[in-house]
Design a protein. Structure first.
Length: 109
């Protein structure tokens, strides 16, 4: 019965607008981190009081700003307090969509 409920949510979800990241595969090979080097990369991000994480996040934000990704749902007043961080918003195309409970608005997820 639980599996049926999960499929119910998937089947009845309204269609999402198709969003593509056309330059995902053409990214700079120097910016990728091979799996074997990932632990060292994370350790380097922790250096200097975790400033590396801030710099990497800013670089990701700079690339994301060139795309037309909307964040309407995470900025709605009913959902703003549910955001874990004030400066990190979920994109509408990749957020987890839940069916509203009876009596709740469409923004309540």
């Amino acid at each position: 019965n639980c599996l049926h409920a999960a499929y119910y949510y998937l089947e009845d979800s309204p269609p999402l607008p198709q969003t593509s990241v056309s330059d995902w595969d053409s990214r700079d090979p120097e910016s990728t981190v091979p799996l074997a080097q990932f632990p060292a990369h994370v350790a380097s991000l922790h250096a200097d009081g975790d400033i590396g994480f801030s710099k990497e996040y800013e670089a990701i934000q700079a690339v994301a700003s060139h795309h037309d990704f909307t964040t309407e749902y995470s900025q709605h007043p009913e959902n703003k307090l549910k955001n874990r961080y004030l400066n990190i918003l979920s994109y509408d195309h990749s957020r987890v969509r839940l069916l509203p409970m009876p009596g709740q608005s469409r923004w309540s997820d």
